[in-house]
Design a protein around this ligand. Structure first.
Ligand code: C2E
Ligand code: CA
Ligand code: CA
Ligand code: CA
Length: 278
């Protein structure tokens, strides 16, 4: 084991290549991170385009590794999924984000909602609906202020149990959003099958709508479809004022992106809220 200084058990196998060993090590470290205090949530504002008001935030998990520094969720979420740690991690994210949102309400910002990313593995476990119910009732937050962000591929699963789970969540008032909309499969049947409330247009379409006629046409079509199906629409990856303005002209209600703010610690987020509502 290269990392002799640490007292955690290190699995070594001659047949494993360097990167496999790294993955194993990182997975072990993630196990520790979950029991320690290396994980935190950052919040990225969701903004109403008409008014510029902050209406909520997406919770995004961050890992400060003791040796490696910040590691991106793009790297460690897939590890957590493979190692079965995502259920524990996901529950921690849900609890933290929901209690944070409750604190915003207690501070007087009673309209703010919080969005949480949900992995397919969490949803398939069978007790997810109950977890959400318990977290909401323990925190005292009403379900309408919790948005669950699901991916399209997750909804291709036509199992009856998934349908029951999503229906149960809707009965608790929870908002269901499709994340990265447009990047998945072109089978939109799930929009009828499930009571989805919101589409988040992927940033690959959004970020250049002011330069690309094609991207603009795609975003325009998505917005029109969303409106005729009574779905709320949020554009991701808004980086410039021009893009924000164009989205507003296209009739998009909400946006999220570096133009307003990067994901930031809760203290910085509430400062932005105070400023935006002043
Ligand atoms: P996502 O759900 O699509 O989240 C949006 C990602 O885009 C975030 O990356 C955010 O920082 C980034 N972003 C926001 N605005 C802009 C912008 O204007 N320009 C650009 N270039 N990027 C922008 P982040 O935080 O690195 O998260 C990456 C992915 O990791 C997320 O993508 C999500 O799939 C996953 N993830 C993060 N937190 C969680 C979590 O708690 N649970 C699960 N299951 N997945 C998570
Ligand atoms: Ca998301
Ligand atoms: Ca997304
Ligand atoms: Ca994504």
């Amino acid at each position: 084991c290269k990392d002799k200084g640490r007292n955690n058990y290190c699995f070594y196998n001659q047949d494993m290549n360097q990167s496999e060993q790294e993955v194993l090590q990182l997975t072990q470290d993630l196990r520790q991170a979950l029991s320690g205090d290396q994980l935190c949530l950052h919040y990225q504002p969701k903004v109403e385009l008409k008014t510029g008001n902050i209406v909520g935030a997406e919770a995004l998990v961050r890992w400060q590794h003791p040796q490696r520094g910040w590691i991106s969720p793009v790297e460690f979420i897939p590890l957590a999924e493979r190692a079965g740690l995502i259920v524990e991690l996901g529950l921690w994210v849900l609890e933290s984000a929901v209690s944070q949102c409750k604190r915003w309400h207690e501070l007087g910002y009673k309209n703010l909602s919080v969005s949480v990313n949900v992995s397919a593995i969490q949803l398939r476990r069978g007790d997810f609906e109950l977890q959400v119910k318990q977290v909401l009732s323990q925190t005292g937050l009403s379900g309408e202020f919790l948005v669950l962000e699901l991916t399209e591929s997750l909804l291709l699963d036509v199992q009856h149990s998934l349908q029951m789970c999503l229906q149960g969540l809707r009965e608790q008032g929870v908002i269901l959003a499709i994340d990265d909309f447009g990047t998945g499969y072109c089978n939109l049947g799930y929009l009828q099958r499930f009571d989805v409330n919101m589409l988040k247009v992927d940033r690959s379409f959004v970020s250049k709508i002011n330069q690309s006629k094609q991207d603009e046409a795609i975003v325009r079509a998505i917005i029109q479809m969303a409106h005729s199906l009574n779905l709320e629409i949020v554009a991701e990856g808004v980086e410039t004022e021009e893009v924000a303005e164009q989205l507003r002209l296209l009739g998009c209600e909400k946006g999220q992106g570096f133009y307003w703010s990067r994901p930031c610690p809760p203290m910085d987020f509430i400062e932005l809220v105070v400023k935006s509502s002043a």
